[in-house]
Design a protein around this ligand. Sequence first.
Ligand SMILES: [Zn+2]
Length: 615
Amino acid sequence: MPGYFNAEDLQAVRERSRIEDVVGAVLTLRPGGGGALVGLCPFHDEKTPSFRVTPSRGFYYCFGCGEGGDVIRFVERNQNVSFVEAVEYLAGRIGLQMRYTDLENRSEPGLRIRVLEANRLAEEFFARALTSPEAIVGRQFLAARGFDQQAAAQFGIGYAPSDGHALRDYLRKMDVADETMVKAGLVRENGWDFFQSRLLWPIRDAGRSTLGFGARKIFDNDRIPAKYLNTPETAVYKKSNVLYGLDLARANIAKKNQAVIVEGYTDVMAAHLAGVDTAVASCGTAFGEDHARLLQRLLGSADVRAGEVIFTFDGDAAGQAAALKVFNLESSFTTQTYVAVEPSGLDPCDLRIKQGDAALRELVGRRVPLYRFVMENVLSGFDLERSDGRLQALRAAAPLMSSIRDASLVDGYLRELAQLLGMDINEVRREVGDQRKRRRNPPAPEPAPDAPALVEVSSLPVPNARDPRLEPQRGTLRLMLRAPEIFSADWNQLTAAHFSHPAYRAVAEQIFSAEPAGRTSPAWPHLLIGDGTDVLVARLIVELSVEPLLRDPSPEYAAEYTTQLLLAELSGRIEQLKSRLQRTNPVSDKPGYDQMFQQLVGLESKRKQLRARIG
Ligand SMILES: [Zn+2]
């Protein structure tokens, strides 16, 4: 949106928002060579990292799905907000007040920004209310679970007053529109506060923005019977995509390559206070595929099987069912999944109260692989002392084995099963194979191929990056974007016509039409991407700006590429002219023929010169 923000401010946002920090809040980045950082792409599903961030250039680019751009673009795509909102968000992060050049048309900040701001104010309000006289039951509840005032502050715990309009009245005073409060899920359509007389936990994203709240009943006469109540789905709160404690655990998850999943808010608190600082919990819903993906990106290891995801389940039937459910998640996730079961049946919060911090750390230390836990559970219903009991157990466990999607893992599991049963591995293998055939079990659907996440479409054809015939065009653009200073002021006399591929030509046009002063600006390639830039053109600008150069940039390097393009264009013109000459009658149209012939001689000699230049 050119001319909308003050240009200096916009530049400051780009320069001061470290792209590795902004992206790093969403996924874990590891050194990827050449000064770049790599991680698992947040825009498409993948198991090996093809998402690259180049901090020195301020760009990100995914070699899997082609999504790429600068830090503003990343926020736009990741938070699904407009350009203006993304800039406002980044400015807020670095404490910059944006100046607008077009105050007349200044629109209201977008819904997402307004909702986050309302949540922030609400969180402050609730936290203050926790110290009010009426919140004593809430404070007692916390104290009984081993949480003092300091812990309450650390986790941002609050209290929703019983008044019914207290939050609405406060937010009105803070200039929050009624409509925004409703959209944030803080106030109901009928004007009543959504949360009343409850203890509240703010649920934040990895970047510490508060997305919503989890609320626990503390009074017997609560009008809502449910023990837990969560913010309804809003523009920012999607229950399948939030994890409580992520703001605190995020950095530790990356560092330790481990995440611990517990069940409740107080369990997360207990875990962190006991030193298990990678603990998170799903909020008001079972742990699902989206949560798994979210964690996998944060673990972000080059080898996804290296990271550990540890579930703490109750040893009871519900816990076993929950474990089975996790087992049915994607198998690559299952292989790195462990289960920590407390034999006494205490949840982490109670365990800490009764046995102390060390007991909680030991619980996590006692983890066993999830598949073994599940298998042992299945087998425990049979008498393995008897041969018919062993056979029945094998038949019960076989479907589990045949449901494993990753064929490379099956053999190891079969071996383990044979050991648990005390049976011959071949017998086990035969039974599992038979069952698979008998049930004609259609294999589980393959995970969707890494699908491009580009939603917007370009009318331009996508050039094949490995096409050697297009390399002179691609290489020239790469140099123009990476090192404009090695070209002459008139871009070595190149014009858009020297680029035959429509997409490359469009990129070239973008470069040639840029203000000359922009070439020396630190924001150089960024300046070429505006709000109206074709999505493919923008993508190519980013892609080419981060592609490695084969040599150090120099005017000679630029000349080599330039000459190839000039030559190609010249050869095209020569061919055309020759063809016209052939169709021209040298007798009846002597003047025309002679003129063309002269032209041809001129072009041929120019071509000779050019060829001599590149030897
Ligand atoms: Zn991608």
